[in-house]
Design a protein around this ligand. Structure first.
Ligand code: NAI
Length: 726
């Protein structure tokens, strides 16, 4: 182990013999399980053992805003299979030290002053009593699975012994649920809530006073795991359902964490505590040293942090929160945007052509809130407050004083020009002007306004209340201040902004188009459509490819394709087309199947629009039984088509940030999370960039020029680089 003089746990002993261990990593904003912490924990365990005669009890608490942040991800992302033994040893060392404190025979209390996630909750689990401050931002749980990991500090072993295998898996480990303190209490994760720090410390002392010889339930005589072990007949009857549920959760996509968590929990429940710790450490090591956890840590921790903290926001522009926004168009998108803004405390003027249409848009929010109320997620008072912030109107004069405009009328450039002309002189003279267009160039739309420098694209995703991403599109004339303000607005409504430059389909719509085209092209080659859908699911896509095409309608991409073709040809370029085009044309022209909206597409639908199954005609008209495309190729063609087009977006300057590409692809268009996003997928591909290039060339030879690796990719592969920012 490296020398580390830094002490991250402060020892404070009071006259009555209570030792408070204050987690406080000097110079860091949060406590993590870094080398210094490991050394400090070991030293603390030594000292407690040495001075135990004078120690009445122990309280763990923290001097930071959060109790403890968890594993040191900067370290974890670096280790590979060669470091497996070190990772295992380090996991075992933490477990041993926590175990020494747990079995000292003295009462140990966790006083959770803020979030205790992952490693933080694992420290708390090793305490005999857990008290949490009931603070609004506080969260408790084991979210490791969302980073492709499992809790390797005894979290699996102890939650199984605390809650029983079923509850440990379903409530804590497999979903990675983060509980507010109140809910953590209900779920049995903690014992008590406190109103203030003083109250919490008083409660900790009271526990110590009342339990001079505390020990864990699992160390008590005759202890049995709640609900039984896997050899218990009742549990054994339920066990077979777990692997099936797991398959359902991951749809066969390569997420190793849930599988390892299940194995660590089930195997660990059948052996003694110490052996279970070893089993947990082995499964943990396998994940930490593997590829997928690295992809997921990169995307869901580092990239997400970079994106949300403003890496793509111009600096030097003073933040100026939006107070009143005009939402133009109260249709599907406008209604959702109005709700999201009002939820964040912004006054909303929701404008449509008639008062009735505007009222309907507001009714959408009322509907969402009724559902939230029924589920106990909001109160009547909060519902009323939120609804009071939305004012429906058909009168443009009501938009006076709005400091931002978000336009979501029909996708028609002339109409968009017209509505902006109407509002520009009514709203605040420096109001930010945003369009939610999904396909029209921002530079073109900006021609319709006086202040093109304040005009910008804000591309929301449907359904707006659920989708976390907003793609911000800079037009040629968009100013830096408008970009910063748009960025701040997206953060103000608690969504994640990625920033791209104007281009046809921007980044997200363009790249997802490649995925859909690839799936449709496979049908054209004669591949059985059910196999195509299965390939998408097993690659890890949340939506199957042909069903997605039906949702978008087959006619819309055809219209966009025609417009693009015309534009390319007019500018003297060559139009290559895509093998999918012929399939879409036949579906629409020959069979009249335009997608879900038209009642029939690749799928059949019942009268209520519910999918009833793949259209049998597909097999009849397209499938060629002799065609054999390797299943691996089907999956990789989907993933590669999007990754390669993302590299082209970088080359063309549509994308300027790797983090934005990764996050935009996962949160916006469902690129599988296990990859870490479109560009991390290339970094993490077997053999790195050279391996990816070689495979792209194979796909190019077998399936066409669209798989040719772009120059930027080839050059980076040759230079031994990866896709990273800065
Ligand atoms: P929609 O058809 O549901 O709603 C459009 C609304 O605009 C209608 O309520 C209509 O009455 C209203 N409208 C028309 N003229 C108006 C005017 N002069 N003043 C005020 N309101 C007027 O359409 P949707 O799906 O909400 O789409 C709106 C925009 O958002 C389009 O530009 C679309 O391309 C874009 N978009 C759509 C997405 C989707 O998934 N549907 C995703 C992202 C962007």
């Amino acid at each position: 182990m490296t020398e580390n003089p830094r002490t991250t746990i402060r020892w404070e002993r009071s006259d009555d013999g209570v030792v408070t261990l204050v987690l406080d990593d000097p110079g860091q904003s949060a406590n993590t399980m870094n080398q210094a912490f490991k050394a400090s924990l070991s030293a603390v365990a030594d000292r407690l053992e040495a001075e135990q005669d004078s120690v009445r009890g122990v309280v763990f608490t923290s001097a930071k805003k959060t109790f403890f942040a968890g594993g040191d991800l900067k370290d974890m992302i670096k280790v590979g299979p060669a470091q497996a033994q070190d990772v295992f040893d380090s996991s075992m060392a933490i477990k041993r030290d926590l175990r020494r404190i747990e079995t000292l025979g003295k009462p140990v209390v966790a006083a959770l002053n803020g979030a205790a996630l992952g490693g933080g909750y694992e420290i708390a689990l090793a305490c005999h009593h857990r008290i949490a401050l009931d603070a609004p931002g506080s969260k408790i749980g084991c979210p490791e699975v969302t980073l492709g990991l499992l809790p390797g500090g005894g979290g699996v072993v102890r939650t199984v012994r605390l809650l029983g295998i079923t509850d440990a898996l379903l409530k804590v480990l497999l979903q990675g649920t983060q509980y507010h303190p109140k809910r953590a209490l209900e779920a049995g994760l903690i014992h008590e809530l406190a109103d203030s720090t003083e109250d919490m410390l008083a409660r900790a002392r009271a526990f110590i006073g009342a339990h001079p010889e505390s020990r864990q339930p699992w160390d008590a005589e005759g202890y049995r795991i709640p609900g039984g072990t896997p050899s218990h007949p009742k549990f054994a009857a339920n066990l077979p359902a777990f692997p099936a549920n797991l398959r359902k959760q991951t749809a066969g996509a390569p997420y190793p964490a849930p599988r390892n968590i299940l194995a660590a929990a089930v195997e660990g429940a059948q052996v003694d505590f110490e052996t279970a710790q070893v089993i947990e450490a082995r499964y943990f090591t396998e994940l930490v040293t593997g590829r997928i956890a690295k992809n997921m840590i990169q995307a869901f921790f580092f990239d997400l942090q970079a994106v949300n903290s403003g890496a793509s926001r111009p600096s030097g522009v003073e933040p100026r929160p939006v107070r009143k926004v005009a939402v133009l168009g109260a249709g599907m998108m406008g209604a959702g945007i109005a709700y999201s803004c009002a939820r964040a405390g912004i006054e909303v003027m929701l404008k449509d052509v008639t008062a009735e249409a505007a009222e309907n848009g507001k009714a959408y929010s009322a509907g969402l809130l009724e559902k939230a109320l029924a589920k106990g997620r909001t109160t009547e008072a909060k519902r009323d407050e939120l609804l009071a912030r939305i004012t429906p109107t058909a009168d443009v004069r009501d938009l006076a004083g709005c400091d931002a405009v978000i336009e979501a009328v029909f996708e028609d450039p002339a109409l968009k020009h017209k509505v902006f002309q109407e509002v520009e002189s009514v709203v605040a003279p420096d109001a930010l002007l945003c369009s939610n267009t999904s396909t029209l160039p921002i530079t073109l739309l900006a021609e319709g306004v006086e202040r093109a420098q304040d005009f910008i694209g804000l591309h929301f995703f449907s359904p707006v209340d659920k989708m976390p991403l907003v793609e911000i599109i800079k037009g040629e004339r968009t100013g830096g201040e408008a970009l910063a303000r748009a960025f701040d607005l997206v953060r103000q409504i608690r969504k994640t902004p990625v920033v791209v430059n104007d281009s046809r389909g921007f980044f997200t719509s363009r790249v997802i188009g490649q995925f859909i085209n690839e799936g449709v092209a496979m049908v054209g080659e004669g591949v059985d459509p059910a196999t195509v859908e299965q390939a998408a699911a097993q690659a890890g896509y949340p939506a199957k490819v042909l069903s997605l095409m039906d949702e978008l309608t087959l006619t819309l991409p055809r219209k966009i394709r025609e417009e693009t073709r015309r534009a390319v040809v007019e500018s003297g370029g060559e139009w290559a087309g895509h093998p999918a085009d012929a399939v879409v044309d036949r579906m629409v022209d020959e069979f009249g199947r335009t997608g879900r909206g038209g009642g029939a597409g690749f799928y059949d639908y019942d009268a209520r629009g519910k999918r009833t199954g793949l259209w049998p005609g597909l097999r009849e008209h397209f499938t060629i039984p002799e065609v054999e495309v390797p299943f691996e190729d089907l999956k990789e063609r989907m993933l590669f088509s999007e990754a390669l087009d993302s590299v082209r977006c970088l080359e063309e300057g549509v994308l300027t940030s790797v983090a934005d590409a990764n996050i935009g692809s996962i949160l916006g268009i469902g690129f599988p999370g296990w990859t870490g996003g479109v560009l991390q997928y290339i970094n993490g591909y077997e053999g790195g960039l050279p391996g990816f290039v070689a495979r792209a060339k194979e796909l190019q030879a077998a399936y066409g020029e669209r798989f040719a690796p772009p120059e930027l990719l080839v050059a980076k592969a040759e230079r031994g680089e990866t896709f990273t920012d800065g």
